[in-house]
Design a protein around this ligand. Structure first.
Ligand SMILES: Cc1cc2nc3c(=O)[nH]c(=O)nc-3n(C[C@H](O)[C@H](O)[C@H](O)COP(=O)(O)OP(=O)(O)OC[C@H]3O[C@@H](n4cnc5c(N)ncnc54)[C@H](O)[C@@H]3O)c2cc1C
Length: 496
């Protein structure tokens, strides 16, 4: 029996598998598809934007997807700031000084990558951490009781103590386990298309909002994105023919553009749904299995990475019998509101793009707001994933927030200290009693004068990078007990 079975070896399942492997759990990943390669996962069809928040998560586990970003002092402005409903943001308008607690570090920027690149790096890391991945195993049944859960696929049973459904938007785990999935029905059908366009000069570059929807031309010839406000009427089980796609593109663009050949095409909608809880007994959901929404603004993968980062250490503590009461349920409590905000963000964009005079008026208004520094900075803060703050019941604005890249005078960064996946006490004042208390909770304790310490004397950072406590000695025991229970002194590690 494994500690955890993960259903789905997409980016979220693999990230979670790495988190659990790092924490010493035995993990089996069951993946429906027999092969890893797919044209939908490589550039440009598989292109995905990782937010600064996701980059930070990778950095905090020492996972390198590309060369580190800028690590300058003071923190630089972002090189790109994305878009809202197809209206591009000017990165020069992001008021970096207004972003609270922003410190220089290698993960200030998002990056464009591909699903294939992310999955390859994570699958390799998972293997090194002892995770087993079985491909060509579509899970079709799940049963659970108080002691464990069994997944079934192809006549075989896979027992585990816990099971996590990371099996995407049409999650079988979600359906089999009876999770409620609620939200809003689609207003549009979207298409990702690779075609030969006979007369590309008839199309405008970048995002174009039109009277019937939106089309996007990318720097890759023939790679198009379409959003057709058909009320979600298109039957997505139908084959996507050249004639249909050309008709949609002609209607959207108001031109007689010709698609001479369609190489690949897929469809999606703006259906925005979310599981009402992310846990039922011994079964949990993460990533698209827990929430779906339109790809507008590219946030689904980032949301899923955040889920996995939040869930991994909590589930590992439960596996090892070290979780304080209620720890696992803080996963839903913290991540459900984050997901709900992303769903609303995507609904807001759909509302702004919906054809008609009301949305046109909204477009003008939003365009004027985006022309201001405050407007651009607000949107950037929302989409970069760095503004997340969980309500942990404290009025301290840092508690519950994703920790900035605190740094010691010797150059050691918080990100370096979190790579082992353990909670960290960073003590800038060498408080001996704090050192002893950290050891009692099995926390990594590091002390030294601050280079970037935000004026704090000390800070407790959870394994997922969330600040759990700041300040003087008072309240440390309570905060540490809330997240880490009471573990033995022997587990503590003290660094000079
Ligand atoms: C056109 C487009 C552009 C996008 N751009 C962005 C972007 O720029 N940024 C961003 O953050 N997000 C973006 N997204 C969203 C992002 O791709 C998804 O949110 C992300 O891939 C979800 O990852 P996941 O691991 O949860 O699910 P998936 O990637 O769907 O992986 C699920 C895995 O589970 C497997 N599986 C399914 N059923 C079973 C079963 N019964 N048994 C075993 N295995 C099973 C599947 O084969 C798959 O490997 C975009 C989406 C689209 C469609």
């Amino acid at each position: 029996m494994h500690d955890v079975v993960i259903v789905g070896a997409g980016p979220v399942g693999l990230f979670l598998a790495c988190e659990l492997g790092l924490a010493g759990c035995s993990v089996l990943v069951l993946e429906r598809e027999p092969e890893t390669g797919s044209p939908w996962k490589v550039m440009p069809l598989g292109m995905r934007g990782l937010s600064a928040g996701s980059m930070e998560a990778f950095h905090r586990r020492g996972i390198r997807l590309a060369d580190s970003g800028p690590d300058e002092d003071p923190a630089p402005a972002p090189r790109s700031a994305g878009h809202f409903a197809g209206m591009m943001l000017d990165p020069a308008r992001v008021d970096v000084a207004a972003l609270p607690y922003r410190l220089p570090g290698p993960a200030l920027e998002g990056m464009m990558t591909s699903l294939d690149a992310v999955e390859t790096v994570l699958a390799e890391r998972a293997g090194k951490l002892g995770v087993q991945i079985r491909r060509g195993v579509p899970v079709t049944a799940i049963t659970q009781d108080d002691d464990g859960v069994v997944a079934r696929a192809g006549g075989r049973a896979y027992p585990a103590r816990w099971l996590v459904g990371c099996d995407g938007g049409r999650s079988v785990v979600r359906g089999l386990t009876g999770f409620d999935f609620v939200g809003t029905e689609p207003r549009l059908t979207g298409y990702a298309v690779h075609a030969t366009v006979a007369d590309p000069e008839k199309l405008r570059r970048g995002f174009t909002l039109t009277a019937t929807g939106m089309y996007l031309t990318t720097p890759y010839p023939g790679h198009l994105g379409l959003m057709d406000f058909d009320g979600g009427a298109f039957d997505r089980s139908r084959p996507l023919t050249r004639e249909h796609l050309q008709a949609v593109l002609r209607r959207l663009s108001g031109t007689d553009v010709t698609l001479s050949e369609v190489h690949r095409a897929s469809s999606f909608t703006d259906r925005a749904m979310q599981a009402t809880t992310y846990r039922r007994g011994r079964v949990l959901l993460a990533g698209d299995a827990a929430h779906i929404h339109s790809p507008l603004g590219g946030q689904g993968l980032n949301l899923g990475i955040g889920d996995a980062m939040n869930l991994g250490w909590k589930l590992a503590a439960s596996v090892h019998g070290q979780a304080p009461d209620g720890l696992l349920d803080t996963y839903t409590a913290e991540r459900h509101p984050v997901g709900a905000r992303v769903l609303d963000w995507s609904r807001a964009q759909v509302a702004v793009m919906t054809p008609g005079p009301h949305a046109a008026a909204l477009q003008t208004l939003v365009g004027e707001l985006l022309a201001t520094r405050d407007g651009t900075t607000y949107v950037y803060e929302r989409t970069s994933g760095t503004a997340i703050r969980h309500d942990l019941g404290s009025t301290d604005p840092l508690i519950g927030r994703n920790a900035p890249e605190l740094r010691l005078a010797d150059g050691t960064r918080l990100g370096d200290l979190l790579t082992g996946g353990r909670g960290v006490v960073l003590d800038f004042h060498d408080d001996r009693s704090l050192r002893a208390a950290a050891a009692r909770f099995g926390l990594r304790y590091v002390t030294g004068p601050a280079r970037h310490g935000l004026g704090l004397s000390a800070v407790l950072v959870r394994p997922d990078g969330i600040i759990a406590w700041t300040g003087a000695r008072d309240g440390f025991e309570q905060a540490a007990a809330r997240w880490f229970g009471s573990t033995s002194a022997a587990a503590g590690e003290i660094l000079p």
